[in-house]
Design a protein around this ligand. Structure first.
Ligand SMILES: C[S@@+](CC[C@H](N)C(=O)[O-])C[C@H]1O[C@@H](n2cnc3c(N)ncnc32)[C@H](O)[C@@H]1O
Length: 198
């Protein structure tokens, strides 16, 4: 059941209104839209892997930005978006053997949000663990010179994650989209030009 505060905020949120007007399934789509406006990575990608894709706001941005992209999506929940260029796996990505895909991606996206406890540092550690799990798989999923864009909730592990990323990518940047609520601790990290994860 949604709380009264959540319902009030949704009703009055300009991005929720705008999402409805233009047919986005959620306001999350605007976050990736803003990232793409600045970094122009999706438009140059041929193969994209999206982890935590449901209901499909980011997916809409990817397929609208690049009509020829091949997109592979993973989520525990069903997608609301379907398109001939999308292959969807309703799976926990942690349980999937990515060697089976037999291909690598130009771009790996993660908007994964593990179940929250409400305890900030616990939730930060949970999402950080997910990020480390993805980093561990980069050698088999990401092409050399590829990019990795992901969400994290701010906290103590951030420095270690950035340090690790800087050793395997040439460029690593933070991004807080205008469409991300100011009170939210979420931040996006854009890592470009993958070298190798040694
Ligand atoms: C914030 S939502 C993603 C929203 C999506 N980017 C969009 O624009 O519609 C986070 C998603 O992560 C998914 N998720 C959490 N843990 C996961 C896992 N281990 N494997 C796959 N998906 C996971 C959840 O089911 C949830 O749908």
């Amino acid at each position: 059941m949604k709380s009264k505060t959540w319902i009030y905020r949704q009703k009055n949120d300009q991005f929720v209104k705008k999402a409805r007007q233009i047919g986005y399934v959620n306001r999350a789509a605007f976050k990736l839209e803003e990232i793409e406006q600045k970094h122009r990575i999706i438009e140059k990608s041929t193969e994209v892997l999206e982890l935590g894709s449901s209901p499909g706001g980011w997916t809409q941005v990817v397929v609208n930005t690049n009509k020829t992209v091949k997109l592979t999506c993973f989520d525990l929940q069903d997608m609301k978006i379907k398109n001939d260029n999308i292959t969807f796996y309703k799976l926990d990505f942690l349980k999937y053997n990515f060697n089976n895909l037999d291909k690598k991606y130009d771009l790996v996206l993660s908007d994964i949000a593990p179940n929250t406890t409400g305890h900030k540092s616990t939730d930060h550690l949970k999402i950080s663990q997910i990020v480390y799990e993805i980093i561990d798989r980069l050698n088999i999923i990401l092409k050399i010179n590829g990019s990795f864009i992901f969400k994290i909730w701010k906290g103590e592990e951030e420095k270690e994650i950035i340090k690790k990323l800087k050793s395997i990518f040439t460029k690593v940047e933070y991004f807080k989209p205008k469409s991300s609520r100011q009170e939210s601790s979420e931040i996006f990290i854009i890592a470009k030009e993958f070298k190798l994860n040694e």
